[in-house]
Write a protein that binds this ligand. Sequence first.
Ligand SMILES: O=C(O)/C=C/C(=O)CC(=O)CC(=O)O
Ligand SMILES: [Ca+2]
Ligand SMILES: [Mg+2]
Length: 394
Amino acid sequence: MTTIDIPDDSLFGLDNLPYGVFSTPGGERRVGVRVGDHVVDLAVALDDEVFARPALNAFMAQGHARWVEVRERVTELVSGDVPDAAVHAVADVTLHLPFEVGDYVDFYASEHHASNLGRLFRPDSEPLMPNWKHLPVGYHGRGGTVVVSGTDVVRPCGQRKAPDEAAPTFGESRRLDIEAELGFVVGTGSELGSPVPIEEFAERVFGAVLVNDWSARDIQSWEYVPLGPFLGKSFATSVSPWVVPLLALQKARVATPPQDPTPLPYLRENAPWGLDIELAVEWNGEVVSRPPYREMYWSPAQMLAHLTVNGASTRTGDLYASGTISGPERDQRGAFIELTWGGKEPVRVGGEERTFLQDGDEVALTATAPGASGGRISFGEVRNRIVPANHPGR
Ligand SMILES: O=C(O)/C=C/C(=O)CC(=O)CC(=O)O
Ligand SMILES: [Ca+2]
Ligand SMILES: [Mg+2]
């Protein structure tokens, strides 16, 4: 038996206990919980086959009462002795995509980000569209290209046309960008034809991950009219390997910023689901921005109510992301297009003036939130490197 050492200041203490999928060299993928700098193999520790799987989906599908029960059992277990065979150093395991991703949708819930992008993409119009304060605007992304932290991001090619060019050309994206977001993972799905009431958010959503919604701004700005983002964002979306349970985020709950006009009844919250989560964006090892999640105009409960209000069903493993998290200050912007104002105001990274991403660049998003006992909990990180395009110039 082993006692797991959890330093007092650990961001992965008992207040956190995020779930992931790991493997040891030559071993199968299985579900684990992170505790300090260790991963506890739940199939071994709890002797339960639902965790001997390559994804969290089967466990998530068991529902909210079971999530509460397992969290209590894990808390008890790791506070005492754990069988040796169940404990691995996190440095000795490979972390995988933690859940099988169903549908992926992405919202646009930051007023600061939406206003900035409006100014950059549509300089002759009002920054916010007339619908923006009435509903959480979103688009359908591509679930099959959601990848885990550590996966290389291949620079996409596509059609691009700058405003001063007469016709589009084909080639590598020259304006490759990030979007720092939080993603919410549906634990228990809902039936076709049955909208999810806003109060059911915490029953249905299992947890949250960090999301980087990689965006090729030159492809996007040419293709997006009038149906929204398509190939400019579907080439890769990366997520952190640890799913922080919603049960660990109770202390992070805050009211959203005031919503005026008052939203329609199906979007009215009886309990706040704004979240006081602080992100950091690292570009080649330097923190260039600290986006504050508490600034998000729409809450994740409102997003779920909206995305099902027409009767669309949801399934275990569906992922919906918040949209880029940007605060009011320049160094709180969650995308480089905003941070560098369309490439016109470079930032200094590694002693160089930089605008969009170059091949070989590495971006990492991290985040922390207040934990239940007064300390902080971590979301881990989503870190990826840009590699050269596969078909340059074709
Ligand atoms: O305003 C636009 O045309 C485009 C906006 C985005 O690219 C943002 C997007 O993907 C949603 C978000 O991350 O907030
Ligand atoms: Ca996005
Ligand atoms: Mg994407």
